[in-house]
Design a protein around this ligand. Structure first.
Ligand SMILES: O=c1[nH]cnc2c1ncn2[C@@H]1O[C@H](CO)[C@@H](O)[C@H]1O
Ligand SMILES: [Zn+2]
Length: 388
């Protein structure tokens, strides 16, 4: 290892580093200007602001409530303008384009088809419009010299009763752009076991699913998601920290559930900024991701809702780099964790890791060797030579 390996990456390196995103809501990632355009086109007159910058600020502030329930109220506006084929296509295309421009090479984007039927579309038409939008976004990204692959996750809302139907839909569109299933929405009062039939169906079909659990509600929710429902991954899962004790002398003790999650390499789809907004964590410094990374949980970094959190993958990593002094090696570790945990076939995950992610980080890590000497010293910290 050289001293350069210890240096934290700058924002430009973070943006150029290949990143993998497993937890991002389509209806939580619209461009503010697109919300304004689509509202105008559809005659939706309930937007709280009519100018894109002000609207973007409104979403961030409204979502900054400290409560998941109030955070979720903001989705009424985005869902309202996503009720036609053209709107869904546009939002999906821009989503893929924006992620690619931010250095994301692989993304699984989720949304709840049942929330997009008010304009008369069928569930199938919703899925097809979004899939076509993703393909268009991938194409535009290629034109811009970026590479991204996007898969869809179909979400069922946990307060509703359509989960089996949505699970069947996910299964029907398997290999046609949909890579898995999820449940989302308010957690307290809506345990995942209400949707057991959907999960059992997907298991019988050898299909994949993740469950939002351990965000607004703690260990019982995580336990149910894993041991009753059989989730492949945990959406957030951040409250697994409640089952980890750190003594004053630094000794760490994992409870049975935390041990299970770590031993079984259950992926945690952590979303730091979103957690600060809903009150699941008090600050970046206190966010459990720091400890979970040290303890080698299968931790991944995600955006959740780029519009409501005013964030992106690079922004999330910037905050983590500032807070925990992560290096490119740490970034690569989170990224490989995410790619290993994706719902696409094993050989494709492996190729993404070996042929895209690792070479991408190697390239970034090698840049200092070829820099212009006139540009100043090669490293700014730990610059005394090899350390191991
Ligand atoms: O962090 C979250 N926790 C739980 N549910 C969420 C979160 N973010 C978004 N949604 C919910 O998922 C739906 C489909 O995308 C959104 O409409 C929102 O209600
Ligand atoms: Zn979410």
């Amino acid at each position: 290892m050289t001293s350069q390996t210890l240096k934290t990456p700058d924002p430009d390196q973070i943006r150029r580093a290949p990143k993998v995103l497993l937890h991002d809501h389509l209806d939580g990632g619209l461009r503010p200007g697109t919300v304004v355009d689509l509202a105008r086109a559809s005659g939706y007159d309930a937007l709280p602001e009519s100018e894109p910058d002000a609207l973007g600020r409104w979403f961030r502030e409204a979502a900054d409530s400290g409560s998941l329930e109030r955070y979720l109220e903001t989705f009424a506006h985005t869902c309202a303008v996503m009720q036609t084929r053209d709107a869904l296509f546009r939002v999906a295309a821009e989503c893929a384009e924006d992620l690619a421009a931010d250095g994301v090479v692989y993304a699984e984007i989720r949304y709840a088809p049942e929330q997009h039927l008010e304009g008369g579309l069928s569930l199938e038409e919703v899925v097809e419009a979004v899939n076509e939008g993703f393909r268009e976004g991938e194409r535009r990204a290629r034109e811009d010299g970026n590479r991204i692959r996007v898969g869809a996750l179909l979400t069922a809302m946990r307060h509703a009763a359509r989960s089996l139907e949505i699970a069947e839909l996910a299964n029907r569109y398997r290999d046609l752009g949909v890579v898995g299933f999820d449940i989302a929405g308010a957690e307290a009062g809506f345990p995942p076991t209400r949707h057991l039939d959907a999960f059992e169906y997907l298991k019988r079909e050898n299909n994949h699913f993740t469950i939002h659990a351990g965000e607004a509600f703690g260990l019982p929710s995580i336990w149910q998601a894993l041991q009753w429902c059989g989730a492949d991954r945990l959406g957030h899962g951040v409250r697994i920290i409640d089952d980890i004790q750190v003594a004053a002398d630094g000794e760490v003790k994992l409870g049975r559930l935390a041990s299970y999650v770590r031993d079984k390499r259950i992926p945690l789809e952590l979303c730091p900024t979103s957690n600060l907004q809903t009150g699941a964590a008090a600050s970046y410094a206190e966010h459990p991701i720091g400890l979970l990374r040290k303890l080698h949980f299968r931790a991944t970094v995600n955006t959740d809702n780029r519009l409501m959190s005013g964030t992106g993958m690079s922004t999330e990593f910037e905050r983590l780099v500032e807070t925990f002094h992560y290096t490119l090696d740490d970034m690569q570790w989170f990224t490989v964790n995410a790619m290993k945990s994706a719902f696409i076939p094993f050989d494709e995950r492996l190729a993404m890791i070996n042929d895209v992610i690792k070479p991408g980080y190697a390239e970034l890590k090698s840049e200092w060797l070829f820099r212009d000497p006139a540009a100043g010293p090669a490293v700014t910290s730990g610059s005394t030579g090899a350390v191991s």
